[in-house]
Design a protein around this ligand. Structure first.
Ligand SMILES: C[S@@+](CC[C@H](N)C(=O)[O-])C[C@H]1O[C@@H](n2cnc3c(N)ncnc32)[C@H](O)[C@@H]1O
Length: 211
């Protein structure tokens, strides 16, 4: 699996497919979070969320775990262009399925459109590993796709999500092929939801969770 090929095209493709809705979804609940000191961001991508995170919490130390070197370059350049090269950001070029985070270190975990990259058997291992990096009172900011519960919205979300998996599996060699409901894993790790928003008729959601 690699997002390197896709990385240079990710921004315009996102704009074409969803306008500003994905970015609205990623950032909508930044104001619902208490100020973090140490943030762990998984699968940041090209740095659009990271820039807003650094603007919103300028004193936070941010660790980014990202498997794509091209995405990391894009994110670094974006921070530099915005005059935030000095921000406390450490990029770790690693596979989240292998990298072991330091224990009980981060008071904010971020996964935006990241957990949808994994199969259920992978999430069963990955989410407890990520949770082990969180402090006892940590927050978790999550954004992702979802399948609507019923009606025409359910049908359209299934078609759109199905198309996205076909595309990403072809271009990035992703092994996941369907959305997994991560709610039970997050709840089992002690993270309960305190804020939630939906976008594009419920196709996208974001949540702020707290231990
Ligand atoms: C669908 S993109 C989402 C990017 C961005 N967070 C967003 O909101 O659009 C998934 C990102 O996670 C990264 N990623 C996927 N699998 C990964 C893994 N096993 N370890 C680390 N990063 C991974 C990809 O390189 C990519 O940047």
């Amino acid at each position: 699996m690699s997002f390197d090929l896709l990385a240079p095209h990710y921004r315009w493709m996102e704009a074409l497919c969803a306008g500003g809705q994905l970015q609205r979804c990623r950032t909508a609940l930044l104001t619902a979070l208490s100020t973090p000191q140490h943030v762990l961001v998984y699968g940041e991508g090209n740095g659009r969320f990271l820039l807003e995170l650094c603007r919103h919490f300028p004193a936070a130390h941010v660790t980014v775990v990202e498997a794509s070197a091209v995405m990391i370059d894009l994110a670094r350049t974006r921070l530099q262009r915005a005059g935030l090269a000095h921000a406390y950001v450490e990029f770790i070029h690693a596979d989240a399925l292998i990298w072991q985070p330091p224990v009980a270190t981060f008071d904010l975990i971020v996964t935006c459109f990241f957990l949808d990259c994994f199969r259920a058997d992978q999430l069963q291992q990955l989410i407890p590993t990520i949770a082990s990096a969180a402090t006892p009172d940590a927050q978790w900011l999550l954004a992702d796709f979802q399948i609507a519960p019923a009606g025409l919205r359910r049908l359209s979300s299934r078609v759109i999500v199905g198309f996205l998996y076909a595309f990403f599996r072809c271009v990035t060699r992703l092994s996941a092929n369907e959305l997994v409901n991560v709610e039970p894993y997050l709840t089992a790790a002690g993270f309960t939801r305190h804020a939630r928003r939906e976008f594009i008729l419920g196709l996208l959601f974001c949540e702020a969770r707290q231990r």
